[in-house]
Ligand binder design. Structure first.
Ligand code: ADP
Length: 311
């Protein structure tokens, strides 16, 4: 099965006409919801049909109670959603009339998930183990190291990229899945890439063989760069491939990356660890997710995915 060790965050999305400037106060429409990259990915993997264990931390507050309730309703096991004295993680998301967003995240209890909290047996027995960068990075590195030692496929989604992400974690990673901005940041920070001042524009201009060479510089077996509506780029030791996104009418692309990563983890289990089949499955999961509002609530079910792929 899939084990996801990661974040739960209560999203508070404020819809405004225009973002407030310093000292301003503007009226907004509020849409609260369950979120956090780890949790969104766990919902995506569960709904996509993979038995999934989510390991995370919440506070002893109403947001934490809501987290457990939402998890239960969505078939996500709650046994390892641990209660901490710190408050449940929260995100303030402002969305303006143009659909642009500004996000502030306070990770709270997520940072209190320590190595000693980890369920030893489920981790050792997992087929696929997945972490992101919204947790304590020492805990994440430990999880990936132990999982790899026990033969699981270790997947790391370096989101969000922040100075606390030590690139030494890549040693324990078998599949690295950054989006464009995260990939650019990884390239600029890695001394092995030989590139500085890399940008998203430069990434778009890059020939596939050059992109493959940059992916190889991380010394991670498989690198999958998600490229939004352009699909993704898959770099394996000796081959690379570009996979186009599905043509859909997107209504909300927030959480597309989480749908892709969670869908990929589920796909690995479903297709016996075949990378390319898992990528195609993830591509369909993410395409369906962008046709719905929200993040966790937008994740498609196994039946919806199968129907979509049969079109
Ligand atoms: P993030 O949400 O982390 O920025 P991306 O924007 O790269 O991630 O999107 C992740 C995946 O979601 C893409 O690789 C693609 O499969 C899918 N996706 C994103 N936007 C669209 C879109 N407009 N149409 C179809 N698929 C999309």
């Amino acid at each position: 099965r899939v084990v996801i060790v990661g974040s739960y965050v209560q999203d508070l999305a404020f819809y405004v006409e225009a973002f407030p400037g310093p000292g301003d106060c503007v009226l907004a429409e509020l849409r609260p919801g369950a979120g956090g990259k780890g949790f969104n990915q766990a919902v995506a993997a569960t709904r996509a049909g993979a038995p999934t264990l989510f390991v995370g931390a919440i506070g002893q507050d109403s947001a934490g109670a809501h987290a457990r309730e939402f998890a239960r309703r969505n078939g996500v096991q709650t046994e390892f959603i641990l209660k901490k004295k710190e408050p449940t993680g929260a995100a303030s998301i402002a969305v303006n009339h143009a659909g642009q967003n500004q996000i502030m995240v306070a990770l709270g209890a997520n940072l209190a998930l320590h190595v000693r909290d980890l369920p030893v047996r489920p981790l050792a027995a997992a087929d696929v183990v997945l972490c992101q960068a919204e947790s304590d990075m020492k805990t994440a590195a430990h999880v990936l190291r132990v999982a790899r030692r026990h033969g699981a496929v270790t997947v790391f989604n370096p989101a969000p990229m922040h100075p606390g992400v030590d690139l030494a974690i890549l040693r324990h990673v078998e599949v690295l899945i950054p989006n464009e901005a995260e990939f650019v940041s990884l390239v600029n920070r890695s001394p092995r890439s030989g590139v500085k001042n890399f940008t998203v524009e430069a990434l778009h201009r890059l020939a596939p063989d050059r992109l493959h060479t940059l992916c190889r510089s991380f010394n991670v077996p498989i690198v999958i760069v998600t490229l939004g509506a352009r699909g993704c780029f898959v770099s394996q030791p000796d081959v690379y491939a570009r996979v186009q996104a599905h043509e859909v009418d997107p209504v909300d692309t927030a959480g597309a990356g989480d749908a892709f990563v969670g869908g990929f983890a589920a796909g690995l289990v479903k297709f016996n660890k075949n990378i390319i089949e898992a990528v195609h499955f993830a591509n369909a999961v993410a395409a369906l997710a962008v046709t719905q509002h929200g993040t966790a609530p937008a994740m498609p079910t196994a039946r919806e995915i199968a129907r979509f792929l049969r079109r």
